[in-house]
Design a protein around this ligand. Sequence first.
Ligand code: OGA
Ligand code: FE
Length: 277
Amino acid sequence: MPSTTLDTVSGPLFYFSPPADGSEPYNRVNTDSNSTLPLSNWAPEKHVVQIENVRGKEDLYLLDEAGFQYLKHPACHASFTDDDEIQAEYYPESADLIKQVTGASRVVLFDHTIRRRIPGQVDTRGKRQPVKEVHVDQTTASATARVHLHLPPSEAPELLKHRFQIINLWRPLSHPAFDMPLTLCDYRTVDKDTDLVPVARIAPERRGETYRVKYNPQHRWKYLKGMTPEEAVLIKCFDSDSSGSIFTPHTAFIDPSAPEDCPLRESIELRALVFYD
Ligand code: OGA
Ligand code: FE
């Protein structure tokens, strides 16, 4: 393993390993805090990898190449305390930003998640925690299903004839995210045919599917140390055009170089359907 350099930290990441009994893997999400159901039926596999801090070199990573792209773009919306206000104020400005960066003709935001880390807290509805396992939010099947879910039958089939993507817009809230930062895997180092495993995502309201990721020593992991609320990152989760990046695996990780007393991570991610003419 290469030695740690000034720009690189080593962090344990949690990859996929299949359920020992051969059953279909699942994760349960948005459970109530009193739920006793198992949250998953597979065991994460720990691998210590080198993770490069790309601060100062952010511009080398582009959405259609690496699968992610850092932006310097403060939000106008400031409070991030009320879901209705977030939808009324933060959604439209974010849709405009995504259009501006990608050149898309239409952006439909369909979800947001605020995460505030509470040590020892399991991930439940309303208390979402940083994600501790390497994943891709959508599979090809669930990406297509999202279009039918969020757009009327009069529009979805036509939109699906053209290029479409699912992109997340992720940003720290309140203070720089030194604590449990988000790391992203350069798409060009992923084997799209063998590294991904579809895993059922069981929520009380619906069943979906995400990808978990098998360890591959070729993966190259990046992060932007101390990302501020004035910075954001676009995370590609799906692209119907497979000539460039299609997705980027990502996860939170414990950064051994984080300042000791840094405030706990707070962030928001928006999920967007992104359409082209
Ligand atoms: C995401 C995501 C995890 C985190 O934005 O899609 O997986 O810890 N976030 O913020
Ligand atoms: Fe994600």
